[in-house]
Design a protein around this ligand. Sequence first.
Ligand SMILES: [Zn+2]
Length: 278
Amino acid sequence: MPKTSYTGRHRPAAKPSRGRQFVVPVALLSSTVAGGLVIRDAGASALSPEAAAMKNVSNSVAGLGLAADPDAVAAAAANRSGARSSRDMARDAKTLIISATTSAEETAAQARAAAEKAAADKAAAAKAKAAAAAKAKAAARERAIAKAHRWVSPVSGYTLTSGFGFRWGKMHPAQDLACPTGSAVHALSSGTVVFAGWSNEGYGNMVKIRYWDGTVSWMAHNSRLLVSVGEEVSPGQLVAYSGSTGNSTGPHVHLEIHPDDGAAVAPRTWLAKRGVYL
Ligand SMILES: [Zn+2]
């Protein structure tokens, strides 16, 4: 039946007054009361709808025990539910953002930590390498020193003749090593040549070497000298060829040992203490 047929008593009854009920515009509500909340206020009759709405909102926010319309509450609850869902989504999004940010920060922190560890490892490796190099260098230096400080026999292929002591009523402060003329005469250790020349005291061609420990050796009656004063020599270095120059009865090396360039001592005993056994 068309609406135009409504007439007389069939006109729809006047809409029941909703009394002092007002619909509060959503825009006027704070987030805590969002969602078209309908609030009844017994004391709002004298106010314009807008003023009453403002009052109701104010009262509602203040929590002054207002009675709410059940339908409106349900609607509001539905709206709040929707709003909550939106908030949940927002919160979830925020959580994701925070999570992503945290993840990025963690990744950056991990990268920094990894870089720092790599740098530390590299530094430690370099330090270890330097330490190993220093240790190797120290060991090499020790070996070099040990090699430089070793003692050797002045000649090879000799016969011990006159020893250290009195001979024919006179002190013989040396060890004679008889050997063919031209035999190689060696420096006993590392040192410096302090005399190389003809002796007018019966030693013939003589070489004196001061070693690293201060000891001075004399090697006399040589046929030929191969070093000069001031020359540095190493253990076993060829310094002369043996002979029988000066006051000598036959080819031999006359060896004297003067610790600290002082009085001569028995060469065999002295050398034996240094691992050289004549
Ligand atoms: Zn002698």
